[in-house]
Design a protein around this ligand. Structure first.
Ligand SMILES: Cc1cc2nc3c(=O)[nH]c(=O)nc-3n(C[C@H](O)[C@H](O)[C@H](O)COP(=O)(O)OP(=O)(O)OC[C@H]3O[C@@H](n4cnc5c(N)ncnc54)[C@H](O)[C@@H]3O)c2cc1C
Length: 417
């Protein structure tokens, strides 16, 4: 058993109240109980290597999702008819034999029959033996549109990396605006309560992470299909805004706290895909992450969730914020690019799972009542992996970004990003 699944208390975490200086990324990550240096050192040595292996295992690489675009907010938008986001139904005979096998990992670019930009479409190749029943439990933090099982698709995430898709313009802008407005109609506001500020930072941190992934795998030259990092994009969309970098670290530590708090549950969960060797490896990787001595000693409680919902109107506020987060999860159905919708849904589901672990268990502190769906566990770890990749990329690129800060970047970059 692990003491980390006990509720965090401000008394137990003496250093929690300190704030870091602006823009320099030293000291404690604002609102968290772990400093920047420890966060990336832990990420580099422990989390990133384990997570990279974990998400490739059969258990963690398949995600169940409804990819249909049935937007409850703008039914007449028509954006799902964009060529960029459509996926043609290929006749069975069009798929090469290895597509049908789980071990036949192919680059997403190999998908034959996508219309428009192939990088925006989701490869549905999968192995459907993977999904055997875990429990189906509602999460109060998500919009439950997953009831119609016939509409659910299983997606191999390894074939569909989150990266540049070309999705931009009014449709993307409308989604982000809706998300920020849902959370807080008049942000930024001095009167924002602590809980709403936390929600804002989570969303902004997720937004930063998505931008980092776009920058780390960008289509540099469509004519030669050349992919690579786009540091100007990273600079202008993320690095130039210190709050976006800070929010990325914030969501990373928040989700890490949820994973470590649920350690006992996650340790006992079944990672069964019918492949005993792979499943044993999966379980062992989960344990290596949860009980890593360096993680436990350096950053035992990355975020102190015990401080939230303490005010007089705490329970009402929680219901209100839960409703707002459910709306944010519903907005994911309106994302007009299939691959962005897939990762948007997965990551919002992962975040909703973290919120459920930290705030929705009976009696708040009693992790014995925690129950998660398999898909929630998959989303939670895949989200943590995405965040870990983003933190690593920003940290690794820091010298180049600082150079850009000093010497300036090309005017082309400035105009584009
Ligand atoms: C759910 C979702 C998933 C997406 N996934 C992908 C993907 O996988 N691949 C892809 O290529 N595109 C994806 N997109 C599109 C992408 O996020 C951008 O919208 C697009 O690249 C256009 O970027 P932009 O420069 O106009 O600014 P946007 O990123 O659209 O930002 C809009 C506005 O939000 C504010 N803002 C930006 N970042 C932050 C932040 N971190 N915190 C607070 N405020 C911020 C700024 O005022 C900015 O002008 C996705 C969009 C959504 C809504």
């Amino acid at each position: 058993a692990n003491s980390r699944n006990a509720p965090a208390s401000s008394a137990a975490i003496k250093t929690c109240d300190c704030a870091s200086g602006p823009g320099n990324y030293t000291g404690l990550v604002e609102g968290c109980c772990c400093d920047y240096e420890t966060a990336h050192s832990l990420n580099d040595h422990v989390l990133h290597p384990i997570l990279q292996e974990l998400v490739k295992t059969p258990f963690f690489r398949y995600f169940k999702v409804k990819l249909w675009c049935d937007c409850p907010f703008w039914p007449d938008d028509g954006m799902c008819h964009l060529r960029d986001c459509s996926v043609c139904e290929c006749p069975e005979s069009e798929f090469p034999e290895p597509f049908k096998k789980p071990s036949g990992v192919l680059a997403a670019d190999d998908v034959i029959c996508q219309e428009g930009k192939p990088q925006a479409a989701v490869d549905r190749t999968l192995d459907d033996r993977i999904f055997r029943g875990w429990i189906e439990i509602d999460n109060p933090w998500t919009y439950d549109d997953e009831t119609d099982n016939s509409a659910m698709t299983y997606v191999n995430l390894q074939l569909n990396p989150e990266r540049y898709t070309g999705y931009a313009g009014a449709s993307a802008q409308r989604i982000w605006t809706a998300i920020y407005k849902e959370n807080c109609p008049q942000y930024p506001s001095e009167e924002l309560c602590h809980e709403k500020e936390v929600m804002y930072k989570l969303i902004s941190g997720l937004h930063s992470s998505i931008s980092v992934h776009i920058a780390s795998e960008y289509l540099l030259d469509a004519s030669t299909n050349l992919w690579g990092p786009n540091l100007e994009l990273l600079y202008y969309r993320v690095w130039k805004h210190p709050d976006r970098v800070r929010n990325l670290y914030f969501i990373f530590l928040f989700v890490l706290r949820a994973v470590t708090k649920a350690a006992d549950y996650l340790e006992q969960a079944e990672y069964n895909t019918g492949n005993p060797i792979e499943d044993l490896k999966t379980h062992s990787l989960v344990r290596q992450l949860l009980y890593n001595p360096e993680l436990i000693s350096a950053c035992p409680v990355p975020f102190d969730e015990a401080k939230l919902w303490q005010g007089e109107n705490g329970p009402e506020l929680k219901l209100q914020i839960q409703k707002q987060f459910r709306n944010i999860s519903a907005v994911m159905n309106c994302v007009g690019c299939e691959k962005c919708r897939l990762w948007g849904k997965l990551q919002v589901n992962g975040l909703a799972t973290a919120l459920k672990v930290l705030f929705s268990v009976d009696g708040e502190s009693n992790q014995n009542h925690l129950q998660l769906q398999r898909n929630e566990v998959i989303a939670l770890f895949n989200l943590l992996n995405r965040l870990s990749e983003s933190v690593k990329f920003v940290h690794d690129m820091r010298p180049s970004l600082e150079k850009m800060e000093t010497h300036g970047t090309s005017p082309v970059g400035k105009a584009t990003w």
